[in-house]
Ligand binder design. Structure first.
Ligand code: PMP
Length: 440
């Protein structure tokens, strides 16, 4: 079916049917066909579609005011959402600044870091070290920090060179190190890069705690998280966690950082934070950073729609649902179950080379050979074919053909965090049928 429009355009032509409505983990097109939203859109719809309590709270706010410019009025939804966000984040992250999306959050985090440096006599610090592979957004600055060459290459040269380090790709490593040692080895690359760049010029280190679109749910060894935090402290480099995808409960804790007991200096949130009910994002930072910036004349930054009452009412209702319905606990439980079920598939499908992830940020990777993890030939087009077969059967999954510098087909399986055990059975049935068709 082609519903191409002569007017609206995205990255490419859009052959998809028209969306009609959503309900929980399901989406329905105009013909009445039902789909399991196995990727929560783009890892967004954490509390599912059409949540009645969220919609009721949004409607109540709509009846009062949908917009009030933040320089003209304080609003209860924005202040209440900020308070709720702080309450749900680890101690030490106690100040919130709102934005409307993930790229905006990443750039805001970097600008706060920079203004903190300027306000504290560290103006020589401007370099932000990020990683290969990584994804931090599509605006010019966020893209410049992204370690994902196919996206950057068309726009080169970009901004003044930002150094990057290699992120752990443990499932590919063929060394004799323990997990612990490997984590340290990769973390120490950060030290090398800081030394190379000149320690007094390095402002921040930016990382996704669990890689999303770029790596397909790659989790680093525990030691990596501890050691990178220590190195940042040692050099006075700010640690920024891009939790745009991992935040708001996706990995089974509110922030993924909690799995390792890490408190980053700044955290970027979006996606599940507004959960598809509003374009919403935030940075959360410690007062230690924010106060000197405010003292020095204020944060020179802000988007028109930032902190608008309707988006914040939606975000507040989303966080309340996460808490009241124990949705984050459910993500941890159902995530463990779904991961085991995906691992079980490996017995039937020899071309599944790896299953990985945390909570309900899960992925599997298709390979030509499990021993070497050699990727499937590009010509097989598995990353498109499997998505299309699944879509046909009524299951939405999210694919990418990349794993850093290498080519590889991985598929993110990230249903809404409200998924139940019977719904996991349903999802797995469709996934298994899709893989069987792919193998035929
Ligand atoms: N950071 C991460 C980790 C992401 O996954 C994304 C979106 N995929 C972004 C930033 C950018 O978010 P947005 O598309 O809302 O700008």
């Amino acid at each position: 079916m082609t519903n191409d429009t002569p007017y609206l355009f995205y990255q490419s032509r859009n052959p998809r049917p028209f969306l009609d409505h959503g309900e929980g983990i399901y989406l329905f097109d105009e013909s009445g066909k039902r789909y399991i939203d196995g990727s929560s859109g783009a890892m967004v719809s954490n509390i599912g579609h059409s949540n009645p309590r969220v919609l009721a709270k949004m409607k109540a706010q709509m009846d009062k005011a949908t917009f009030g410019y933040r320089l003209h009025f304080r609003t209860h939804p924005s202040e209440d959402l900020a308070a709720k966000t702080v309450a749900m984040c680890p101690k030490g992250l106690d100040r919130v600044f709102f934005v409307s999306g993930g790229s905006e959050a990443v750039e805001s985090a970097v600008k706060l870091a920079r203004q903190y440096a300027l306000a504290t006599g560290q103006g020589g610090r401007y370099k932000v070290i990020s990683r290969f592979p990584s994804y931090h957004g599509c605006t010019f600055g966020a893209l410049d920090l992204t370690g994902y060459e196919p996206l950057r290459a068309p726009f080169a040269p970009m901004m003044e060179g930002m150094p990057k380090i290699t992120a752990p790709t443990t499932y590919l490593d063929r060394d004799n190190l323990t997990e612990d040692e490997r984590g340290i080895r990769y973390a120490e690359l950060l030290r090398e890069r800081i030394e190379e760049a000149g320690p007094d010029t390095v402002l921040a280190f930016l990382m996704e705690p669990v890689g999303g679109a770029s790596t397909g749910a790659l989790v680093a060894p525990d030691s990596y998280y501890q050691r990178t935090r220590e190195i940042c402290d040692e050099y006075g480099v700010l640690l920024i966690y891009d939790e745009v995808m991992t935040g708001a409960g996706r990995t089974g804790t509110f922030l993924a950082a909690e799995h390792w007991g890490i408190t980053p200096d700044i955290v970027a949130l979006s996606k599940g934070f507004g959960a598809g009910y509003a374009p919403l994002g935030a940075i959360v930072a410690s007062s230690r950073l924010v106060e000197p910036v405010l003292d020095a004349g204020g944060f020179q930054h802000g988007f028109t729609y930032a902190g608008n009452p309707l988006a914040c009412a939606a975000g507040l209702a989303v966080l309340e649902e996460l808490e009241d319905q124990n949705i984050i606990e459910n993500a941890a439980l159902m995530g463990a179950l779904l991961k085991r079920r995906l691992e079980d598939l490996m017995a039937h499908f020899p071309f599944i080379g790896d299953v990985r992830g945390k909570g309900l940020l899960l992925a599997f990777e298709l390979v030509a050979d499990r021993g070497t993890m050699r990727p499937l030939a590009k010509e097989l087009n598995a990353y498109t074919r499997l998505v299309e077969i699944a879509y046909d059967l009524g299951l939405i999954i999210y694919s990418r053909r990349t794993r850093g510098g290498l080519e590889g087909d991985h598929f993110l399986i990230c249903p809404p965090l409200i998924i139940t055990e019977p719904q996991i059975d349903e999802l797995m049935e469709l996934l298994e049928a899709s893989l069987t068709r792919l193998a035929d």
